[in-house]
Write a protein that binds this ligand. Structure first.
Ligand code: EPU
Length: 338
């Protein structure tokens, strides 16, 4: 395993921020994990486990060790008439897995097409889009504990999945390396078409019983109309989570803002569309230095090509303060600040 020093992280985060990592190692196999065990005490701390960097903002140079996960492999391990169990190495690109499923007619992650992520990070973040979350198809997460170097298998219920959250963002944060995930996909149609404009788009195209290719193509188009391709314009998808507020709080806000967009979570809590809050605060297009609120999706902060991390942090604080002052709601970042 190669240990690299003073590496630029510009190509390792989708914002394209040019921070320098003191130490950088790459995990491509179990052998690399065995090697890591032998040298871990010599590596500068803290450790940060990095996938595709699609949810990370490096606010300064990193004085510890970046552990970049780059192990590959997609293997069918078991199947029956209804289900197929597929073990996928953590460093696989998420969209490659979606394409694998679409090409083989396995159902369960099609609405998550084009999400920039690695497979390992998909579990950490419980990625979600268009009415689907990855927790619905994760069967088991396998990880190596960085203290004991034991391999552990965590069943779905033990992962404490929640909205953009899991045990890996809390108790196990930067303490484990997720090595692979076993997914349970369906071999029969389980399409979810109710979110946003999917159904109306199907009607427009006269598609009555859509297949996986048609669904992913529709979602790709919807995404492309709102979320810029990070390879072209630096961004990390939604910058903030959609805030969850109580029935009572919603009542107060609705009095003042009857057009507010929200969805019920349960009897007493509601998820508010943060994009609506930001747009309605007239912040679309708002720019600080090289960082700006995206004109087509107010929840996305973009790098106009010359943004520094400080520009992004300043813009984020400005948005948070404006939303608090206007609606008395606290926004929380989905993006992790390092
Ligand atoms: N809206 C506005 N202004 C905007 C954009 C949207 O008012 O500038 C309104 C829309 O009209 C819609 C509502 O806000 O009624 C929600 O918008 P959208 O469907 O685009 O979804 P979102 O809540 O902004 C979430 C996820 C996205 C995911 C989409 C689609 C979070 C934090 N974000 O965004 O996930 O792609 O739903 O399912 O939950 C990500 O996590 O990085 C991400 C992109």
């Amino acid at each position: 395993m190669k240990i690299q020093k003073n590496i630029s992280l510009k190509n390792y985060n989708t914002f394209g921020i040019d921070a320098i990592a003191n130490t950088f190692i790459q995990i491509e196999s179990q052998k690399h994990i065995n090697d890591l065990k032998l040298i871990i005490n010599q590596l500068p701390k803290p450790f940060y486990i990095l996938g595709s960097g699609a949810n990370t903002l490096f606010t300064k140079d990193y004085t510890g060790t970046i552990i970049f996960i780059n192990n590959k492999g997609i293997n069918i391990i078991e199947e029956n008439n209804n289900d197929i169990f597929v073990e996928v190495q953590a460093g696989e690109i998420w969209n490659d897995l979606v394409n694998f499923c679409v090409n083989n007619n396995y159902y369960g992650i099609e609405n998550l097409v084009e999400i920039p992520s690695t497979v390992g990070a998909s579990a950490i973040q419980n990625i979600g889009a268009y009415g689907m979350e990855v927790k619905e198809t994760i069967h088991t997460v396998k990880y190596t504990d960085l203290q004991t170097f034991k391999s552990v298998e965590l069943s779905n219920t033990k992962c404490e999945f929640d909205y953009r959250n899991s045990i890996f963002k809390n108790k196990l944060k930067n303490k484990v390396i997720i090595t692979s995930i076993i997914f349970k996909f369906k071999k029969y149609s389980t399409l979810k078409l109710n979110y946003g404009s999917i159904n109306s788009e199907l009607k427009n195209q006269n598609i009555i019983s859509p297949n996986l290719k048609q669904i992913t193509s529709i979602i790709r188009n919807i995404r492309a109309s709102k979320i810029p391709d990070p390879k072209v314009i630096g961004n990390a998808g939604s910058f903030f989570k959609n805030p969850i507020i109580s029935k009572h709080e919603l009542k107060i806000i609705k009095n003042k803002y009857p057009n507010i967009i929200y969805y019920p979570v349960n009897n007493n809590s509601f998820k508010i569309a943060a994009a609506w809050l930001i747009e309605n605060a007239n912040l679309k297009g708002c720019q600080i230095g090289g960082a700006a609120v995206h004109k087509d999706q107010a929840l996305v902060i973009i790098n106009k090509g010359f943004a520094t991390a400080t520009d992004i942090v300043k813009l984020s604080n400005h948005i948070k303060n404006s939303i608090r002052n206007l609606y008395n709601i606290n926004l929380h970042t989905e993006v992790i600040f390092i």
